[in-house]
Structures are given as structure tokens and as C-alpha cells.
Design a binder for this molecule. Structure first.
Ligand SMILES: Cc1cc2nc3c(=O)[nH]c(=O)nc-3n(C[C@H](O)[C@H](O)[C@H](O)COP(=O)(O)OP(=O)(O)OC[C@H]3O[C@@H](n4cnc5c(N)ncnc54)[C@H](O)[C@@H]3O)c2cc1C
Length: 566
């Protein structure tokens, strides 16, 4: 059902007709003219078990911001429905009136709407259809029946099931997860003769079953490349987060033979973000998954080679060629290397909780697990933006979210817009100056014991806890040739101490202590940990790679290996 509420009879008729014309084959379209009529119909639809995919409401339904208040009430009745706000132009049809813009800003900042559409235009092709289609595509992916290239059957709360689901979601591979004790799960087990003693199992598109698959098993089954080509590349990039993807895109598009090595998933941390609002060019925000999937596709089309499911474990320079050793034993060779390996979540360190890692205790991962937590009480630990975003995201599924923050005020670590969103979300509450002391439960996590600064302890029912308490660079594999700071972040360019650089030319921007090896994004000492910075650095570092490669041409300047006299 697509549901529309607009007090302007002529506009209502026009929009309803347009929606029916375009989407009528798949969705029923209904409309109401007043708030009370609209809420009554939505209540009735709920009782009749009708799924409402989208609720579109005029901002000026009752008074200045009536549409936003309506969407809030409608969201309680149909929490899955996409919330669309219709905003009228001024009487000249040239701009959104100032008051409407202010209301729109507030609604967006407080996460009270999903999509907004400017009413008007001659044809609905111009202003309506694209936005509605985007909203319906997102709804279908999250809540509807969608294409599945594989089906995973496993125990809902087993760590391995979680890991597989997380990897599939983060690599945007359409899949379905069916708990082994659900009706559909039991049907699949019987139909495909799945051995219940060897769960989780993946059922592939041809009906074959892979029991207890590794990520690499699934990659092979899906035809994903896991072996590097033997040639010497111009550029090898370690990590396919935003920084690595940007470097791959610019490297490949500028004619460099470029290979990217990625251990886990396209998009790195950004791929786990449910909504990125501060990236240039996306005024309505974009999910991290969508952003990085587009970037990957773009880099792939320019010719970048991706090697998945392997971790870089060593880096060495031999006769001017860098060899990156992979966890499977292969080597990728490159005349230049860009390290874009980002950071990883810091661990909580509460022993009584560790056994639930991936089965109630999650590091990041809010995006892939959210829908499975419908109606549950959950906690998020952390006081920075990623924790705030996770709390808001989870509040759409869970009955209640408690945000546990060590600091004395949310404002100390979180952007103002997120603080306001949290304060305005009724099913999110915050415990300041607190930490998790214990986890309790039998088969699965049931409750958390929180210790407050004054020593008081409180037990909070919670079936899942999402930990976002900062991150650290895992760069031990790089060895001493790549100089790092005390926290493992890689030193580059002007940050390199004099004794770390042996060439008679100054280091290029983003160049590490090993000439021809560069570091960008979160793994770089001094970076500010934002998608835009990672993308910017990944792109700009390719300029340094060109300079490095040009110097190595006959007649070009060559960096002398470290240790030689200047
Ligand atoms: C939940 C969340 C929400 C966020 N929201 C925002 C936001 O709204 N706006 C914003 O600007 N920023 C946001 N950030 C921060 C942003 O995502 C990061 O700054 C950005 O992703 C850093 O990009 P990167 O490419 O440097 O590193 P990463 O994204 O960390 O990517 C590094 C990649 O390298 C891979 N890798 C690591 N080691 C190896 C190895 N040895 N071999 C092979 N591969 C390896 C990893 O698997 C990973 O895929 C958010 C972060 C999180 C966690």
C-alpha cells in the first residue's frame, strides 16, 4: 500500500492519480484529506494486516509542520513504512519558503522523515517518481521479498551465522537468512537435505548446499576473484574502504594497472554506516553500503582488479618492486603501494561478555543485524558519532535502545545534530558516566550490568549490545621499514622524522618511510577519520604515485634505499 495524506483536494487527486499510474500494478494507492481520517485508515490497515510501504504527507497538513507530526504518529502504527514529506514551493514556484525549509531542516536533523519531495513541476517524472522509486527500492531491500543469490540457514544467535550475514550484507550480496528453528528454515533444511549438525549452511542458486562455509568458500561459489594476477602492477592498494576505493578509481582511470587487496568487505567502516549525511553531493544522505558499492562499481569499470578474502600479511621491496604477501600465500607485486587499511574497533574487554561475540555482542554491525532485533531491548556503547548513528538506526527496529556513555555529556563526543536526534527519539535513553561491568544470560545474552561513576550498579535487560568505543590501527604486519606512531598509525610526508627518510629528495605527500609506499585515510597518522578525507587522500595520493613512477623511468630521479649516504 502507498498511502497519501494531503488536505489540498486537487493536489491529492493529482498525486494519487500519478502514483496509481506508475506504481498501481504492484501497489494499491489510497489517500486521505485530514489527519484524523489518515490515522483511522492506517489503524484499520494495521488491523487488516496490510503492509504499508510508503506514507507521503503534505508538510502543511495541519498548520505549519502538521505533516511531520503526522508522520511521527503514523510511524508508530507502521514502523516499516518509508516516511515521505511533500513540500510545496512558494507561490512563484521558484523556491521552498523559508519556514518550510526550516521545518525540513529540523525534520531531517531529528530523523523524523526518510525522504522529502518538492511538490510541483509539470510532469511527475520530474519531481515525484524518482524519489518514490528510491524509497520503494530501499523498503523492498529492507522489508520486502527480494532477489536472493543464496540462502543461509543457521541458528539465529550463532556467531558464525552472524559473521556470514555481516559479510554478505557488507558486500551487498543479496541473500536471505532463515533461522533453523523457523518454519521456512525447517522447510529449506528438509528440501535441500541440510545436515543440521553442520550449520550454518548456504544454499546456492543451483540448489547445492555448502555446510559451515568459510567466506572464501562462498566467494568461490559466487565467482568472486580471490587470486591476484601474476603481473607487476603499477599500483597495489591494501584495503577497499573509501580511501582504497578512491585510490583504485583514480589509479585505474588514469591508466595505472591497479590491484586492490581486501580482507573482509567492500567499503570498510563506511560500509557499516546506516546513513552518511555529511558527504558532499548527497543532500538527502546515503547509506554507507550504497556509497561504497557505487565506488566499487566505478573502479571496477575503469579496470581495477580486486582480490577479496585475503589479508595482506607482509610487505617487502625487492629490486624496486614491492611485494605484498597475502594470507593465502600469494604475492601481489606493485611498483607503488598505497596502504589504506583503516582502523578496527577497539574491544570491550569484559570477559563475561566475550562468549557472545557475534551472537549478542557486536562490534559495529548495527546495519546488518538491526532488522533481526524487532521488539528487543538493546544497548549501544560509545559516545561518538558512530555510536549515536547506531542508536538511532536501531531505534527503528528495537523496542528500546540504551546508549551507554563513559563521558559526562553527549555533546563532548557527538555532533550536535545527532545529540538532538537522540534527545528527540522516545525509545532511546542515555546512561552517562557509565560502563558495562558484566553480561548475563543462559543460551543467549539477556541482561547487562552497568556500573555508574559513583559505583552504583544497575541491570538492564538487553539481548544485544553494539560496541563503538573507538578504533585502533592494526599495522603490526608492516614491520619496521614503515615508521608508525605509538598507536600504530602510519607516519607520512612531513610527519616523518628525519632519521626515517633516507632519500635526498623530500618525501612526496602521503609517502611513508619506504619510498614508493604511501598511506591514506584512517590508517594515516593525523587523519581526521571522515569519509570525505579518506576519499580525498586516496585520490590525491595517486598524484604522488605518478611522480614516484615517473622518477623511476630511465632518466627520472630515483629514491635511494634507506641507509645509503645522502
Ligand atoms: C558506524 C560508522 C559510521 C560512520 N559514519 C560516518 C559518517 O557519517 N561520515 C563520515 O565522514 N565518516 C563516518 N565514519 C568514519 C568513516 O567510515 C571512516 O573515516 C572511513 O571509512 C575511513 O576510510 P578508510 O578507507 O581509511 O578505512 P576503512 O573504512 O577502515 O577501510 C579499511 C579497509 O581495509 C581493509 N583491511 C585492513 N587491513 C587489511 C589488510 N591487512 N589486508 C587487506 N585488507 C585490509 C579492511 O577490511 C577495510 O575494508 C563512520 C564510521 C563508522 C564505523
Amino acid at each position: 500500500m502507498l498511502f497519501l495524506v494531503d488536505a489540498d483536494a486537487e493536489a491529492r487527486e493529482r498525486i494519487a492519480t500519478a502514483l496509481t499510474r506508475r506504481f498501481g500494478a504492484d501497489y494499491e494507492v489510497r489517500a486521505a484529506g485530514t489527519e484524523s481520517e489518515g490515522l483511522a485508515i492506517l489503524d484499520q490497515l494495521k488491523s487488516d494486516d496490510v503492509r504499508v510501504a510508503l506514507i507521503a504527507v503534505d508538510l502543511a497538513l495541519t498548520g505549519d509542520e502538521g505533516g511531520i507530526a503526522f508522520l511521527e504518529r503514523a510511524h508508530v502504527i507502521h514502523p516499516d513504512a518509508s516516511r515521505v514529506l511533500l513540500v510545496a514551493m512558494d507561490r512563484h514556484g521558484t523556491r521552498i519558503p523559508f519556514d518550510s525549509l526550516a521545518a525540513l531542516r529540523r525534520a531531517t536533523a531529528l530523523n523524523r522523515i526518510d525522504v522529502w519531495v518538492v511538490k510541483g513541476g509539470f510532469s511527475p517524472e520530474e519531481w515525484l517518481y524518482l524519489r518514490v522509486q528510491e524509497a520503494l527500492s530501499t523498503w523492498t531491500r529492507l522489508h520486502g521479498t527480494h532477489h536472493e543469490v543464496l540462502r543461509i540457514v543457521g541458528e539465529q544467535w550463532s556467531p558464525r551465522s552472524h559473521e556470514l550475514r555481516d559479510t554478505m550484507s557488507r558486500n551487498t550480496i543479496p541473500y536471505g537468512f532463515y533461522p533453523s528453528d523457523s518454519e521456512r528454515g525447517r522447510e529449506l533444511i528438509a528440501a535441500h537435505r541440510v545436515d543440521e549438525a553442520r550449520l550454518p549452511a548456504a544454499i546456492l542458486h543451483d540448489g547445492s548446499v555448502v555446510h559451515q562455509p568459510t567466506t572464501r568458500d562462498l566467494a568461490h561459489a559466487l565467482g568472486v576473484n580471490t587470486r591476484p594476477s601474476p603481473e607487476v602492477h603499477d599500483l597495489v592498494i591494501v584495503g577497499a574502504g573509501p580511501a582504497g576505493l578512491a585510490a583504485a578509481l583514480y589509479g585505474a582511470s588514469e591508466g595505472l594497472r591497479t590491484a586492490v587487496v581486501e580482507d573482509r568487505a567492500i567499503g570498510g567502516q563506511a560500509g557499516t554506516s546506516s546513513m552518511i549525511r555529511n558527504y558532499l553531493g548527497f543532500p538527502r544522505g546515503i547509506s554507507g553500503g550504497d556509497l561504497v558499492f557505487r565506488a566499487w562499481e566505478q573502479a571496477l569499470l575503469f579496470g581495477a582488479e580486486f582480490v577479496f578474502t585475503h589479508r595482506a600479511t607482509a610487505l617487502a621491496s625487492r629490486n624496486g618492486v614491492n611485494a605484498v604477501t597475502l594470507s593465502g600465500g600469494d604475492e601481489v607485486l606493485g611498483r607503488a603501494v598505497i596502504l589504506a587499511s583503516g582502523v578496527e574497533y577497539r574491544r570491550l574487554g569484559v570477559p563475561s561478555l566475550d562468549r557472545w561475540t557475534g551472537a549478542g555482542l557486536f562490534y559495529g554491525a548495527a546495519a546488518s543485524v538491526g532488522a533481526a532485533l524487532a521488539g528487543e531491548r538493546v544497548c549501544v556503547v560509545g559516545g561518538a558519532n558512530s555510536a549515536g548513528q547506531a542508536a538511532i538506526h536501531l531505534s527503528q527496529f528495537a523496542s528500546h535502545v540504551t546508549l551507554i556513555v563513559r563521558g559526562a555529556a553527549l555533546e563532548a563526543g557527538m555532533s550536535d545534530y545527532l545529540v538532538r536526534q537522540i534527545q528527540a527519539t522516545p525509545n532511546v535513553d542515555v546512561r552517562l558516566k557509565s560502563r558495562i561491568a558484566e553480561g548475563h544470560g543462559e543460551g543467549r545474552l539477556a541482561a547487562l550490568e552497568i556500573e555508574h561513576a559513583e559505583g552504583r550498579r544497575e541491570t538492564i535487560p538487553s539481548t544485544a549490545v553494539f560496541v563503538m568505543i573507538g578504533a585502533e590501527a592494526r599495522t603490526d604486519w608492516l614491520g619496521p621499514s614503515i615508521r608508525r606512531d605509538d598507536h600504530g598509525f602510519v607516519l607520512t610526508g612531513r610527519d616523518l622524522p628525519p632519521d626515517a627518510w633516507a632519500s635526498d629528495r623530500p618525501p612526496l605527500p602521503f609517502e611513508t618511510s619506504m619510498a614508493g609506499v604511501f598511506a591514506v585515510g584512517d590508517v594515516r597518522h593525523g587523519s581526521i577519520k571522515r569519509v570525505a578525507e579518506a576519499v580525498g587522500e586516496g585520490s590525491v595520493a595517486v598524484g604522488s604515485v605518478h611522480q614516484h613512477l615517473a622518477r623511476r623511468q630511465p632518466g627520472g630521479e630515483t629514491a635511494r634505499p634507506k641507509g645509503r649516504a645522502r
